[in-house]
Design a protein around this ligand. Structure first.
Ligand SMILES: Cc1ncc(COP(=O)(O)O)c(C=O)c1O
Length: 376
């Protein structure tokens, strides 16, 4: 018999959306979640072999790894917080800065965890929709900022579009909202190379988030980083658990940061692979949004579900982004190492043929007409 409870959560919890990414049955070539498709630095694996039983019994100490990460990025230790992935950084920033009546501004289509974490604190989430190019709508975005805006989150490069926001535009957004925190999500920084990390000391309301899930290949360890001036970071640190990141992840991070050659190799694989993928899509006649990240969003049209199923049958996972606002008929493919790009493209060629896909089926103007959101 199931227990019936009269206990209700906060109103915001009842109203917030849920995020259920399709994580089941991923025993195939993972071109669906923008992870590193191959491996972290081999030095990380060596470090994992050194994990001891006694070591696992100890609570993790975050500060030593934080000092190493801060030095690595040219920051002071009190300007850095290591987090349980950028997901936790987003959550902590929302907890630290958003009151119930405050407004937050994001761009859509974008990363769905922003919706979840913001709406946990306030229903006033302003979503600024990109036009059919899916480029960042700078003027519209600035116009959505009001005196009640307390948090702005901008991802550059953006997921799922692969579009970027220039440093000049980001700094202009920070200036337009001095009462608000601007969190720049640089989860895909390595695949583009432009950052606002160097502006942290001059811009008093700027936070920058970096993940180690993508280029570094540590998604399963759950580790990310939030950086900002010491005054802002003090508030975020206050709402964080002292044990938010496990000790194995902390140890592995320091090793991964030191292996710069490995990181450079992986990033180059993706940069070359991305060009190859975009050229391959051109040859196949598949329209796509030019990407600055480790994925490409393709415009498949009404056969988007059929394509994802056909690719799965070929052992390759893709992510259907059709339910994202403005992305009707769109499917995202992750770019990994050379071999994985080759397999992905070959499977794509076969799958498009099998489902009888024709370029003419894509009508961008009809986008977002059947935009039922699945929250994946
Ligand atoms: C834009 C963006 N930010 C953050 C994340 C989450 O990163 P993490 O694995 O560090 O939680 C993702 C993951 O897909 C993402 O696309």
């Amino acid at each position: 018999m199931s227990v019936v409870t009269e206990v209700k959560p906060r109103k915001a919890v009842l109203g917030m959306p849920e995020y259920h990414p399709p994580l089941a049955g991923r025993d195939a070539l993972r071109l669906d979640f923008n992870e590193n498709t191959f491996a972290p630095s081999p030095k990380v694996i060596e470090r994992l072999r050194e994990v001891t039983a006694e070591g696992l019994t100890k609570y993790p100490e975050r500060e030593p790894a934080e000092r190493i990460a801060a030095a690595h990025f040219g920051l002071k230790p009190d300007e850095v917080l290591l987090t349980n992935g950028v997901d936790e950084a987003i959550h902590l920033v929302c907890c630290a800065f958003l009151e119930e009546g405050d407004e937050a501004v994001i761009c859509t289509p974008g990363f769905f965890m922003y919706d979840v974490s913001v709406m946990m604190m306030t229903p006033n989430l302003r979503k600024v929709q990109a036009d059919e190019t899916l480029q960042f709508p700078f003027e519209k975005f600035v116009a959505a900022i009001t005196e009640r805006t307390k948090l702005i989150i901008v991802s550059s490069p953006n997921n799922p579009t692969g579009a970027v926001v220039s440093r000049e535009h980001l700094l202009a957004i920070a200036r337009a909202a001095p009462q608000a925190v601007l969190m720049v999500d640089e989860a895909y920084y390595h695949f583009h190379g432009e950052t606002t990390m160097g502006d942290l000391s001059a811009v008093p309301n700027l936070l920058v988030a970096r993940t180690f899930s993508k280029a570094y290949g540590l998604a399963n360890l759950r580790i990310g980083m939030l950086a900002g001036n010491a005054a802002l970071m003090k508030y975020v640190r206050k709402v964080s658990s002292p044990y938010n990141v496990n000790g194995v992840a902390l140890d592995c991070l320091t090793v991964a940061l030191a292996d710069e050659d490995y990181l450079a190799w992986y990033v180059e694989q993706v940069r070359v692979g991305r060009e190859r993928m975009m050229r391959g899509l051109d040859e196949l006649g598949v329209p796509y949004f030019p990407s600055h990240a480790n994925f490409v969003l393709m415009k498949i049209g009404p056969k988007h579900k059929e394509l994802v199923a056909a690719m799965r049958a070929h052992g390759v996972l893709l992510r259907d982004r059709s339910a994202d606002p403005g992305c009707n008929g769109s499917v995202r493919i992750t770019i990994g190492i050379e071999e994985h790009v080759r397999i992905g493209l070959a499977a794509l060629r076969s799958s498009l043929e099998e489902i009888g896909w024709k370029p003419v089926e894509v009508n961008v103007a009809q986008q977002s007409s059947d935009g039922e959101r699945e929250f994946e």
